[in-house]
Design a binder for this molecule. Structure first.
Ligand code: BJW
Ligand code: ZN
Length: 244
C-alpha cells in the first residue's frame, strides 16, 4: 500500500466526527474464523450456501445444517480477537460517536472490548425455536447430537439465531444501521465482500449521503471501487497502522 494512501486515510480519520465501521468476515479471518467466499479457505468453497444457510436447507436436512453450525460454533469459541478488532476498540475510545455495524455472527468485536455492536446477521452462539421463536439454551448433550433439539413448547426444531438467505433482517436494527450510514461523515469498511444484501447497501448509502468511504481488504471488491481510498491488505495489519 502506498504511504500516501495511508497518510490520506489517517487525515480523513482525524477530521471525521461521526464514523461508522462496517465489518465482514474478513475482520475475523486472522483469528482463524473462515470467511464465506474466499476461493481456497472460504466456507462456501466446500459447502453449498443454499443447502446450509437457508430455511429450505434446514427443512431438507436439519442434521447436516445443525452439525455444520455446531462445528462453526466450536471454531468461533476457540477464536480470539486479532489486532484489527483491538485497533477498532482504540478508535472508539478516541471517538465517542462511532457506530460499529457487523455482518459477523461471532462475538470477537465484543471480546476485544467493543460495545453496542449492531449484528445484522445474528449470533452464532444463540438459538431459538424455528416455530414459535422461543430462545433456547443449549445443553452439552444437545450440542453433541447429530440432529437439532426440539422446542419444549411447540415441538418444532431449534435453530441458530442467525439470518439465513431469504429471511428478513431485524427491521429495527437495519433502520438503526441505515440511519448511522446516512449520518456519518466517514465509513470504514473492513473485510466485507459486498455481495450480500441488504447489508451491502450500507456503504452505498453512506457514499451517496456524502461520507468518505475507506475500504480495507486484501482483495479488491465492488466496495473498493466505490471507496475514495482502498487500503489493500489484511485488517490485522492495516488497522493498527491506520489507527495507531
Ligand atoms: C479479509 C481478510 C483479512 C479475507 N482482512 N479482509 C439484491 C440483489 C440481489 C440479491 C438480493 C438482493 N437483496 C436481497 C437479496 C437476496 C440475498 C442476497 O443478498 N443474495 C446475494 C448473495 C446475491 N439476501 C438475503 O436473502 C437477505 N434477506 C433478504 O434480503 O430478505 C428479504 C426479505 C424481505 C421481506 C421478507 C422476507 C425476506 C438475508 C441475507 C442473510 C445473509 N446471511 C449470511 C449467513 C449468516 C449465518 C451464518 O453465518 O451462517 O451472512 S450469508 C453470509 O454472507 C453471512 C455473511 O454475514 C454475509 C456476508 O459475507 P461477508 O462478510 O461479506 O464475507 P465474504 O466471505 O463474502 O467476504 C469476506 C471478505 O473478506 C472478502 O472480500 C475477502 O477478500 C476479505 N478478507 N481475509 C480483511 N485478513
Ligand atoms: Zn417452539
Amino acid at each position: 500500500m502506498a504511504p500516501d494512501t495511508l497518510r490520506a486515510a489517517r487525515n480523513h480519520l482525524a477530521a471525521a466526527r461521526h464514523i461508522v465501521v462496517f465489518t465482514g468476515a474478513g475482520v475475523s479471518a486472522e483469528s482463524g474464523v473462515p470467511t464465506f467466499r474466499d476461493a481456497q479457505t472460504g466456507l462456501w468453497s466446500r459447502f453449498d450456501p443454499e443447502a446450509l444457510a437457508s430455511p429450505q436447507g434446514f427443512r431438507a436436512d436439519p442434521g447436516l445444517v445443525w452439525r455444520w453450525y455446531m462445528w462453526r460454533l466450536h471454531l468461533v469459541e476457540a477464536a480470539r480477537p486479532n489486532p484489527g478488532h483491538l485497533a477498532l476498540v482504540r478508535l472508539a475510545t478516541r471517538l465517542p460517536d462511532l457506530t460499529l455495524i457487523t455482518q459477523n455472527v461471532d462475538d470477537l468485536h465484543e471480546q476485544a472490548g467493543s460495545r453496542d455492536v449492531l449484528h445484522l446477521h445474528g449470533n452464532l452462539a444463540r438459538f431459538r425455536c424455528q416455530g414459535c421463536g422461543l430462545p433456547h439454551q443449549l445443553t452439552p448433550t444437545e450440542r453433541a447430537a447429530a440432529e437439532p433439539p426440539t422446542c419444549s413448547i411447540c415441538t418444532e426444531r431449534v435453530r441458530p439465531h442467525v439470518v439465513w438467505f431469504g429471511e428478513e433482517l431485524d427491521r429495527q436494527l437495519l433502520n438503526q444501521a441505515w440511519l448511522a450510514a446516512e449520518q456519518c461523515d466517514l465509513m470504514l469498511v473492513v473485510g466485507a465482500g459486498g455481495m450480500v444484501y441488504p447489508a451491502a447497501i450500507l456503504p452505498r448509502v453512506a457514499r451517496q449521503a456524502g461520507a468518505i468511504l475507506i475500504d480495507i481488504n486484501p482483495e479488491p471488491t465492488q466496495l473498493s471501487e466505490l471507496a475514495h481510498l482502498y487500503l489493500q491488505g489484511p485488517a490485522g495489519q492495516i488497522l493498527p497502522q491506520l489507527i495507531g
